[in-house]
Design a protein around this ligand. Sequence first.
Ligand SMILES: O=C(O)c1ccccc1NCC(=O)[C@H](O)[C@H](O)COP(=O)(O)O
Length: 268
Amino acid sequence: MTTILDTIKAYKLEEVAARKAARPLSAVEEAALAAPAPRGFARALSEAAQQGYGLIAEIKKASPSKGLIRADFDPPQLARAYEAGGATCLSVLTDGPSFQGDDAYLTAAHQAVKLPCIRKDFLYDTYQVAEARALHADAILIIMASVSDAQAAELEAAAFAHGMDVLIEVHDREELDRAVLLKSPLIGINNRNLHSFEVTLETTKALARHVPEGRMIVSESGLFTPEDLAEMARYGARCFLIGESLMRQADVTAATKAILANPLRGGA
Ligand SMILES: O=C(O)c1ccccc1NCC(=O)[C@H](O)[C@H](O)COP(=O)(O)O
């Protein structure tokens, strides 16, 4: 059965081929070298998690599972709202066809704030890694469900060569076992099954205990309340990737502060 991930991969490979034809890698590499120095995505999360929670707040206009999430969509303004609310890092969707994202949103959000930013997209080719850096990304995402071990290692090495960090995303035990063969300390456990769209926080609960010492867990997707974060923290996750629940709020700064409030301590 063809799933959304298969569909996305098919059009991404076509997109990359077209982009390579339009703009040679040498030009992208040149732009990457001219980009501002990487901001230290993993370091920021590690420092935040030592004092409380690390939050990767996502700038997400729409998604395949939910359709349009936020009509009033201004990436620099949203980036500033997240920063004021206490976000540690930003995730900016650059995929157009499925998420109504855009490369320009990443650069504009990055320029609006001091926070490290991850390019949230579906990467298969090191050309896209160079593109990410040229767009000012400080980190990239590798989705284990969508790449081979060899591809993952190649993408990770390219990101490190550009000075970027890598968030390795997994959804089941097999993907986690493959992910820990890579070097990145950041392991994202996606509570969303990217084939079926089913979301359950049980995914983080089940996988967290199998993440080796020294790796940092980022619980991703389907997080709506401070109680959700506290529950994930009980299973060892101190970092979170949150999109929809914050994007649906009129006051994004207040919503960010509210979700970061630790219910166990009775305040932020
Ligand atoms: O969000 C989707 O519908 C989706 C569908 C297919 C592939 C990826 C998808 N989302 C990427 C993400 O994992 C989320 O944007 C991210 O973790 C934030 O999730 P949420 O807080 O639930 O918006």
